[in-house]
Design a protein around this ligand. Structure first.
Ligand code: MN
Length: 242
């Protein structure tokens, strides 16, 4: 049984590798690949989000998971330089126009890079509530802060397997709650991300194990609303990237 399973696994890997050669590289080699993409530094110390998110989770999440996406993108850019020829949010938006052989890398690693780059910047805060235009938009479009948090947490719990829960924003400032599987990013559907939370197990399992709802609840205590207000203003000004 084990031998059959291993043969199947090897055949599967070989078949995938023939479609796209990056898959032959080990993750360590992929991470080491130099190229046009680089891992954005955390804007705070890895322990800054404790106790909501522990230091080791932050270090592994940023330094290994996000770094692997960067490595995959750099490896892909050798054969498909067009993925580095425009800002990543445009690459995601144009995924359907990209060569079929690179769409998987864009979806998984490009989406993963965008999602995590956003994620780091909207944490490191002290929770609380936003002010001004954003507070008004949350009341208008999402039923107010308490309802938004309740609905956001529920949507995060409902993601089956791995994925993200997002609040999207359009150019007029209108907000909407949504979720995506895996590393999909709303830009792939022409929507802009205001904020989002990662509900992959790697985001919380060391501290919370299977208690995703507790992670989602605790996460609000380290949200950086100033950073999200800046993203909101950028969305309305047409300057928001990933
Ligand atoms: Mn993650």
């Amino acid at each position: 049984m084990i031998a059959i399973t291993r043969r199947r696994a090897l055949f599967g890997a070989a078949a995938l590798a023939s479609v796209y050669p990056i898959l032959r590289s080990s993750p360590a080699l992929a991470q080491a690949a130099a190229g046009p993409f680089s891992l954005p530094a955390l804007p705070y110390a890895p322990e800054a989000n404790e106790p909501s998110i522990d230091k080791m989770t932050m270090e592994i999440h940023h330094g290994r998971h996000h770094a692997a996406f960067i490595g995959n993108l750099n490896a892909a850019a050798k054969d498909f330089p067009q993925i580095a020829a425009m800002p990543m949010h445009q690459v995601l938006q144009k995924i359907g126009e990209m060569p079929e052989a690179v769409r998987g890398v864009i979806r998984n690693s490009g989406g993963g890079h965008a999602n995590h780059a956003m994620f780091w910047t909207i944490m490191g805060g002290k929770g609380g509530e936003p002010s001004g235009d954003l507070a008004a938009a949350i009341t208008r479009d999402l039923g107010g802060m308490e309802k938004m948090k309740t609905d956001f947490n529920a949507a995060g719990v409902r993601v089956f397997g791995s994925g993200w829960v997002f609040v999207t924003v359009d150019a007029t400032g209108k907000l909407a709650l949504t979720s995506r599987p895996n590393q999909d990013n709303p830009r792939m559907d022409g929507q802009m991300v205001l904020m989002g939370n990662d509900v992959w197990e790697h985001a919380y399992y060391l501290k919370y194990q299977n208690r995703r709802a507790d992670y989602l609840t605790g996460w609000w205590n380290i949200v950086n609303w100033q950073a999200i207000e800046t993203r909101y203003a950028a969305a309305k000004a047409g300057t928001l990237g990933i």
